[in-house]
Write a protein that binds this ligand. Sequence first.
Ligand code: ADP
Ligand code: ASP
Ligand code: MG
Length: 422
Amino acid sequence: MPLIVHKYGGTSMGSPERIRNVAKRVAKWARSGRQMVVVPSAMSGETNRLLALAKELAPARPSQDFHREQDMLAATGEQASSALLAIALQAEGVPAVSYAGWQVPIRTDSSYTKARIESIDDQRVRADLDAGKVVIITGFQGMDDGGNITTLGRGGSDTSAVAVAAALKADECLIYTDVDGVYTTDPRVAPAARRLATVSFEEMLEMASLGSKVLQIRSVEFAGKYRVPVRVLSSFTPPDIDINEEAASGTLITFEEDEKMEQAVVSGIAFSRDEAKISVLGVPDTPGVAYRILGPVADANIEVDVIIQNLSKDGKTDFSFTVSRNDYARTLDLLKEKVVPALGAQEVVGDTKICKVSIVGIGMRSHVGVASTMFRTLSEEGINIQMISTSEIKTSVVIDEKYLELAVRSLHTVFGLDKPAE
Ligand code: ADP
Ligand code: ASP
Ligand code: MG
């Protein structure tokens, strides 16, 4: 019997009515002769609500102990939605059982708030499936070796679903969300965005890593590593829609590059509002400076993204990089306390009103002048580029946050991505 994993996002699980619709959809799939595992997110707004409560009561300097409790708390959102879905399925006459991550168990490392899945025990789940039950597994969470509950980072239910699909060697993982697939860019920012019928794994990986939150980056990594067929589709179609039609809708992530994909030079525009820029000014321009600035940052488990070092003047230089906005205050403190005095740097300044806009496409490999078209377009719009970073299949720029929409829309048009006018 084919085994299918469904994942439903927060909006899709947002009310009792929507959960009932999810149950009807899953019931249809189960009755069509498939074994079903479902991974729900918390009801929309719930994770934010819980994290805001934690923040209200947090100590001035949050420690690991605080982050442990934060995960303990945030994980309850998915526990509630999973149980509600099991109840709704039972009401549909479909036997269903829900498990929290730790009950499966889904084992992770101990990095609270951004834990990585290490292994998933499939025994309990298989026994239930063989007994004819739909198995519901909470998204977003697992348990570390010490038995502590961990969470996988915002948007982490995508990763739970793909990891569960990989562990169970599922035939397909369907990610149901509030848009009907992966678009050339976020359709909420650029109304001219087009849905892609397929997207290559590499492009999806770049788009996700550059901020397209339709899939969490780690879910795409899992899909690639274990070759899990993943499809992104809408949870807002009528639940009784023809199952074959539904199974062919949305966007499929593909692992082979076909000719069609080669044609588009740029296949998508990604952006991120989640970053902040930090500059260490007046640093002596000597060997080892990058290491002495970024070493302590890495030791604090803070990820650094775009990096630039300016030309030196009188033996001094400025060194800038971006970090996630969540890590901004912590990074600034750390640099002020440890790095500036040790290096004899002048000062540290920061800017949170920035964003990163990226063009992505496999076709960029074989085309020159793509980046310069991007820079020209931005300059014609009067948008100043603060930082640039490139790889084989993407170019990213850091710009003032207020120009995000303008930049995304004008790049979308210039690279021929706008959908044809109706
Ligand atoms: P869920 O709660 O289902 O996980 P998310 O809000 O995490 O949903 O992700 C879906 C959202 O991702 C969409 O509503 C859309 O605004 C946004 N998004 C960003 N980039 C894209 C893209 N390239 N294609 C489709 N949606 C995108
Ligand atoms: N509920 C979690 C979040 O809001 C995980 C998810 O929805 O994927 O980030
Ligand atoms: Mg999501």
